[in-house]
Design a protein around this ligand. Structure first.
Ligand code: AMP
Length: 941
């Protein structure tokens, strides 16, 4: 008998010569060591006892000390033979058929004497088999095998003992062993050979250790059962990165494969554009030119940075730019493309692209005040609005395309596209701070800072103020060139609200936030800085109730007598309430002097200093000079005088212009300073317009303005005309010659003399006084002068402006012009005229006057054009130039294209190109139309 794989033999006792491991100690001398033959006739040695005839037998046979060797439960297998008492004659009462098994635990391996009582009984052992006789010739032996187990936990070892109580026994072998759960590997953890527990039901918890090239996934554990079986495996290990499980071990991934994480199920083939050259790869290396971002999983293919963004387009709107582009052609196999924007401010005249070599130093990064919406970096969209740029400044914008591997690849300029552009003029930013000094009962001095972003040369400041109590129901406006103004005529002890705004060639900026200052009760300025509403409270608390009452009475009486203006929606409408203030025809007054004194201020001639003659008017010379009214600054004025020897009618007509002009108060209407009627010559004094009449001014500066500047002039005229139409005034002689221009290029409508003259003359439509070229057909035909006919004239003024003072219909005579109009001919677009402007002109020249736009609509349209100068870019002569095709960007709003095919003398060719019809040049030439003049004879048919 040999031990099983899971049983460990402690001792093996065979009572044979060669296998005697146990040292037996006979306690009583009844047990004998006897040699017998086994079933196979092999001689074996046994311990025998057979005192069946004598009663009360107590024969002990004890083993030597057996070391426990860590076992807690040992098994004792006894093989023996036993004689059947019935087969023995005369033994009744004394013969037994069992024996007892005992054990005694001890640390002592050499105990010579152990008391019987020290032994603990394991069991009484009976034979399964017995034999009746021993026949030496016919050897019949029945061998019994009995196994008993016993818990041995308290000492290092133990002794076994066999007690015979009167049987006939032969002990053939005693085998003592314990059980273990054998070494095993489960879930890549090795569990050692483990001795079972002390009790038959006990489980020994065993911790496993991970096999080579593996790591713990969860603590590996198993239980060793009492019968040597492993139970309930828990946790386990995983093969390290680069290794995969094979038959309970971890084997390296082979070339071309990788395993990135221990939790990955096994080795995988390298993803596209990557490879592994050694066994046990945890990641595959990218092929040359391909990259992997830190955040890319090893299972992802290696990728490339994107190519440059495409088709970068910029649209400049004053000081903002909309940049739009298309995604790169190659995304490099990734979907995380993002964009960043570089903003460079470049010096005038040379704006090299960064990295283009020499001269790149001329561009510097834009300041932090530039705003990018939705952002400057990490953009996922392909559109950015850049605002808060400087006006009239060259910028270069570089759009970079990035993706997750841009950094790893070290790619830079190759993935970007740039555009260079120039911002337009823009209205100034609001004035941010106003200060008041020299505060008295009736006046104060205001001073303010220039706006943070003037966006050009500040031409003028406008101060709007009103009594706080009045809100904006009634307000006054002052204009000044300096950053300060003296405000007079205020009520004492009154809180006033002030707003200031600046104007550049691009127009007015926003008004400042309200600043409140109070007048005081003192006739002289207070010492100190400004006076604000806090001071007002102090000053009010300082005066008596009586003073308050009298001040209130004073304020109310002043308010009643003062001319009130009503707040309107639009800027211009703020200057009046159109529903209330209507132009009053001075000719409705019986006494013309009454009208003049109602609407014009009489000026003392001594305050006028005439300097020089600047023009010739209908009634006499026009001079420039200076006017100094007491308490006011000296100003430059134009002085029109009525030449001597005038008739009553001439006097009346002359002064009527002042009576009309005196009713108007608008920045685009010539301002009447006053009249001199009390002495001769009679004079009309108006503000001085340095650049004279618009037609002559434009001719003098042919081609020198940008389209935006021209549109700015037109806007001013439209604004003045809207004002007049709101007041129900029909001008009847709107023409560039009747527009005056000041030093800031502000255009103002003037010459209010024609209205009466025409009405007085029933034949006027066909007299030379009729400005045929400027007049609407219905006004020429049946004197239907309306705001709509003024709109027609405005269209002609537009044409004059864009053509820099060209004469409408050139040298055509009036009759031909009238005929051409009737036949539907309209002036063509002047050279380089934006399509939208010519369309607006054509709208003004609609035959049906109801179809023509109103001045309000014209003004809105022009405002829109100024806000979106890109819309002015397309002219009739536009051709896609190389630059435009490349980047879609043009920094100039108007593009002039005169290709080689046009010789300078071919003015018709240039004109045809400007309206996009140059392909008809040859056809027209063949038909005999070689000049513009000849072309004018061309009818619709
Ligand atoms: P009028 O009689 O108003 O057409 O004026 C005749 C000319 O005098 C105009 O064509 C202008 O050149 C000049 N003129 C008239 N008013 C002014 C003014 N306020 N400022 C400057 N020049 C003026």
């Amino acid at each position: 008998m040999c031990p099983t794989a899971k049983m460990y033999l402690i001792l093996f006792f065979c009572i044979s010569e060669d296998k005697k491991f146990l040292k037996w100690i006979e306690k009583q001398d009844k047990w004998e060591e006897v040699s017998i033959m086994d079933e196979k006739n092999v001689p074996i040695r046994t311990y025998q006892v057979c005192n069946v005839l004598e009663p009360n037998q107590n024969n002990w046979l004890r083993t030597d000390w057996i070391p426990r060797s860590g076992a807690q439960r040992v098994y004792v297998e006894v093989k023996f033979t036993l004689r059947d008492c019935n087969s023995l004659p005369g033994v009744t009462g004394t013969c037994k058929e069992t024996f007892n098994l005992y054990y005694h635990e001890s640390n002592e391996d050499r105990e010579s004497y152990i008391k019987e009582s020290s032994f603990i009984k394991v069991d009484t052992v009976a034979a399964d088999e017995s034999f009746t006789q021993v026949d030496v010739g016919d050897r019949i032996m029945k061998l019994n095998t009995e196994v008993r187990d016993v818990k041995v936990t308290t000492r290092k070892g133990f002794y076994l003992a066999f007690q015979d109580v009167g049987a006939c026994i032969a002990l053939v072998s005693v085998r003592v062993f314990y059980k273990t759960c054998p070494l095993t590997i489960r879930n890549l953890a090795t569990f050692p050979d483990t001795v079972t527990g002390a009790d038959t039901s006990s489980l020994v918890e065993v911790r496993g250790s991970c096999v080579n090239q593996s790591e713990e996934r969860e603590e590996p554990k198993m239980y060793c059962g009492a019968d040597g079986e492993w139970l309930v495996p828990i946790g386990g290990c995983l093969c390290n990165p680069g290794y995969q499980e094979k038959s309970g071990t971890c084997k390296a991934c082979s070339v071309g494969f990788y395993k990135a994480k221990s939790s990955d199920p096994g080795c995988s083939k390298c993803p596209p554009h990557s490879h592994s050259v050694r066994d046990g790869a945890t990641v595959c290396d990218c092929h040359s030119g391909f990259f992997r971002a830190d955040s890319d999983p090893p299972s992802m293919a290696c990728t490339q940075p994107p190519s440059a963004p495409q088709q970068l387009i910029s649209v400049v709107n004053e000081t903002s730019v909309v940049l739009e582009w298309a995604p790169p052609r190659r995304l490099g196999g990734r979907s995380d493309t993002s964009y960043s924007l570089e903003c460079l401010i470049c010096q005038t005249g040379n704006y090299p692209r960064p990295g283009s070599g020499s001269g790149s130093h001329l561009c510097l990064p834009c300041g932090s005040d530039v705003l990018f919406s939705p952002g400057q970096t990490g953009l996922k969209t392909t559109r950015v609005v850049v605002s808060e740029l400087r006006a009239h400044t060259h910028y270069t914008f570089i759009v970079h395309a990035h993706n997750g591997v841009s950094q790893a690849s070290g790619a830079g300029a190759a993935q970007s596209v740039s555009v260079t552009l120039t911002t337009n003029q823009a209205a100034p930013s609001p004035v941010s701070f106003i200060q008041a000094t020299d505060v008295t009962r009736h006046s104060l001095s205001l001073a303010w800072q220039q706006p943070d972003r003037p966006n050009g040369v500040i031409l003028e400041y406008e101060v709007k103020f009103y009594e706080k109590d009045q809100r904006e129901r009634s307000y006054r406006i002052m204009r000044t060139f300096s950053r300060s103004v003296d405000v007079t005529g205020l009520n004492p002890l009154t809180v006033y609200v002030f707003h200031v705004r600046a104007r550049t060639a691009a127009g007015y900026g926003e008004f400042s936030a309200p600043f409140e200052f109070s007048t005081n009760s003192d006739p002289f300025p207070l010492i100190g800085e400004g006076v604000n509403s806090a001071f007002l409270l102090l000053s009010i608390s300082g005066v008596g109730i009586l003073l308050l009452i009298s001040a209130a009475v004073f304020i109310i009486s002043r308010r009643r007598s003062k001319y009130s203006k009503t707040k309107q929606d639009s800027e211009e409408e703020k200057h009046l309430n159109p529903g209330v203030k209507i132009y009053v025809d001075p000719f409705t007054y019986e006494d013309p002097d009454q009208a003049i004194h109602e609407f014009a201020k009489e000026i003392d001639v001594s305050s006028i200093h005439i300097e020089r003659v600047i023009g010739m008017g209908e009634f006499g010379e026009v001079c420039s000079g200076r006017l100094r009214v007491q308490g006011k600054r000296e100003i430059y004025v134009a002085i029109k005088s009525l030449k001597a020897g005038y008739s009553d009618k001439q006097r009346r007509d002359f002064l009527s212009e002042a009576s009309i002009m005196g009713q108007f108060d608008h920045p685009n209407i010539i301002r009447l300073e006053g009249v001199v009627t009390r002495c001769k010559p009679l004079m009309i004094i108006t503000e001085y317009m340095e650049n004279g009449s618009l037609d002559a001014f434009l001719r003098k500066h042919d081609g020198q303005f940008t389209v935006i500047q021209l549109v700015g002039m037109l806007r001013g005229i439209a604004s003045g005309m809207k004002y007049l139409s709101d007041m129900s005034y029909v001008h009847r002689d709107l023409a560039a010659r009747n527009i005056l221009v000041n030093s800031n290029l502000v255009c103002k409508v003037s010459d209010f003399g024609l209205s009466r003259v025409l009405e007085d003359d029933p034949e006027a439509a066909y007299t030379t006084r009729i400005p045929i070229r400027w007049t609407a057909p219905e006004a020429i035909a049946y004197r239907k002068f309306t705001t709509a006919s003024d709109v027609w004239s405005y269209g002609i003024v537009m044409w004059e402006v864009v053509s820099y003072g060209e004469r409408p219909y050139w040298d055509m005579n009036n009759q031909d012009v009238i005929k051409a109009m009737e036949e539907g001919y309209r002036l063509p677009a002047p050279m380089d005229c934006p399509v939208v402007l010519h369309q607006l002109m054509l709208d003004c020249w609609e035959r049906e006057r109801a179809e023509r736009p109103t001045f309000s609509q014209i003004l809105n349209m022009l405002d829109k054009l100024i806000r979106n100068p890109g819309t002015l870019r397309r002219t009739g002569g536009d051709r896609p130039t190389a630059t435009m095709l490349e980047s879609g960007v043009g920094s100039e709003v108007c593009v002039s294209v005169v290709p080689q095919v046009c010789m300078p003398e071919w003015s018709m060719c240039v004109w045809l190109q400007s309206i996009g019809l140059e392909r008809y040049r040859d056809t027209l030439a063949a038909a005999g139309y070689t000049s513009l003049d000849s072309l004018l004879a061309l009818t619709h048919q």
